[in-house]
Design a protein around this ligand. Structure first.
Ligand SMILES: [Zn+2]
Length: 464
């Protein structure tokens, strides 16, 4: 890195996002940016009295270089850089929680294509997002950094992290499980974890490879689960488990090769957590099925619908003391016996515990869920300067009508047919929608209502 790169630096405006920083390597994101981001971040950690920052990195080709630049940015603030090594994002969260560091900085492009990379941050054990990220950009642009000298130490936590995962495993009925890390950075932890568990484990794509040769590591996209589905059915596994590129999101397949979405497997996890925490609050995001909220209430829990976004969910968990939260996107957060962050490997352990003590297979559990018809997550392009206005317009038109409108995040509209959701993405220029109903005719009516509202605000919805 050049000395010149160590002063004020105007970050590309597209990389500063709501929950993290993400850009295209060599285009909107360079080593000098990594240094500036880390130094501005460390400046803010220092303001709050932090003396150490843990730094981790994923398996992307550009990640080791960015990690070194980050360590330099941190130590130049007089803050110790604790370099925990290659591992999933939740391993960084773990390191910050157990070391009491003042912050954490993860170099990761998550599930994005190979040319991307980025940064997720935490201040203390809390998520660092929104206004914090804006301010980080301002500090970098002004070069208003702290200065000092501090040590950079390599302190791998991989062994401790996997041991912590294994510690909460409860042996039960032996299970045959297929696992797919998609060549993301969860692979080595997945391999070490499964080597410590009883049962039979078939591993796919466990080698870290930043070119992602097998498939894209994003379990919310059904095509990426095809190899896992084929393996599960061919090998007669009871369950297939997939991780996203940095191990903070999980995807699931049952023994019949069917995908279970976040709001489906959350029913199993909620049941487990409520048995241990009577009457507890369980959080799910606004995209989740009504049947999940109803089921939580029926089991004596307090269902809480909250805004989509892993940082927002973590903040709400800390505020409410909820022992469990989950998002449709596969982020699952355990504060019950764990630290309250999204760790897909830990969620896998807890799911195996539930199945191991159940006399039903995952497919049988899935078949016992209410049969509702719903759309997947629908995404419509919408200009940045219009997306929030559209939501306000829809809200205004619905006011005074018969439908019940929940405006926690966009509008979630309940009618006699079911519900539909329209919200603005915080990270992309898109509107996100979903509908769920008791039957196909009712779903058709909900879709027609949603389409009409979109058209009234000048959005031409593609067929869905
Ligand atoms: Zn991720």
């Amino acid at each position: 890195m050049s000395r010149r790169g160590r002063g004020a630096r105007r970050l590309h405006p597209t990389i500063l996002r709501e929950y993290d920083i993400r850009g295209i390597v060599g285009d909107t994101l360079a080593d000098d940016d990594a240094y500036a981001i880390a130094r501005a971040f460390a400046t803010m950690v220092g303001e709050r009295g932090g003396a150490k920052i843990c730094i981790g990195y994923d398996g992307r080709l550009s990640s080791p270089g960015f990690e070194a630049a980050c360590a330099a940015g941190v130590t130049d603030c007089g803050i110790e850089a604790v370099r925990i090594g290659l591992g999933p994002t939740p391993m960084l969260y773990y390191a910050v929680n157990v070391t009491g560091a003042g912050g954490g900085l993860m170099v990761s492009g998550s599930h994005n294509p190979p040319e991307y990379n980025g940064f997720k941050m935490m201040i203390g054990t809390a998520p660092f997002y929104g206004a914090d990220i804006k301010r980080l950009g301002e500090i970098a642009a002004a070069g208003a950094y702290r200065s000092g000298k501090a040590m950079s130490v390599k302190r791998p936590v991989f062994d401790d992290y996997v041991a912590r995962l294994v510690a909460d495993f409860e042996p039960g009925r032996p299970l045959k499980v297929a696992w797919d890390a998609g060549n993301g950075v969860a692979g080595p932890a997945m391999a070490r974890l499964t080597a410590s568990l009883p049962g039979e484990h078939i591993l796919l794509n466990e080698t870290v490879d930043g070119t992602f040769p097998a498939h894209h590591p994003d379990p919310t996209v059904p095509e990426t689960l095809r190899q896992l589905q084929e393996t599960v059915t061919r090998e007669g596994c009871e369950i297939g488990i997939a991780f996203d590129g940095d191990g903070d999101r999980i995807g699931l397949v049952d023994g019949k090769g069917r995908i279970l979405w976040g709001d489906q497997f959350m029913v199993l996890l909620a049941e487990d957590v409520l048995a241990r925490n009577k009457g507890a609050t369980i959080i799910a995001d606004v995209k989740a099925s009504q049947s999940l909220f109803d089921r939580i209430a029926a089991m004596g829990g307090k269902p809480l619908m909250w805004r989509t976004g892993h940082s927002l969910i973590k903040a709400k968990m800390a505020e409410t003391g909820a022992p469990l939260a989950g998002e449709m996107s596969g982020h699952v957060f355990f504060a019950d016996r764990y630290y309250g962050y999204d760790d897909a490997l830990y969620a896998a352990v807890r799911l195996l515990n539930v199945l191991g003590r159940s006399d039903k297979t995952l497919a049988q559990h899935r078949d016992a869920l209410p049969r509702l018809v719903n759309t997947p997550e629908l995404r419509f392009a919408c200009a940045e300067d219009r997306k929030f206005a559209v939501i306000d317009e829809v809200k205004a038109r619905l006011a005074g009508g018969t439908a019940r409108v929940n405006d926690t995040d966009g509008v979630r509209v309940a009618t006699a047919d079911g519900w539909w959701l329209l919200r603005a993405s915080n990270t992309q220029d898109v509107l996100v929608a979903r509908c769920e109903a008791k039957d196909d005719a009712a779903l058709g009516r909900l879709k027609a209502t949603l389409s009409r509202e979109l058209r009234r605000s000048g959005i031409d919805p593609p067929a869905f």
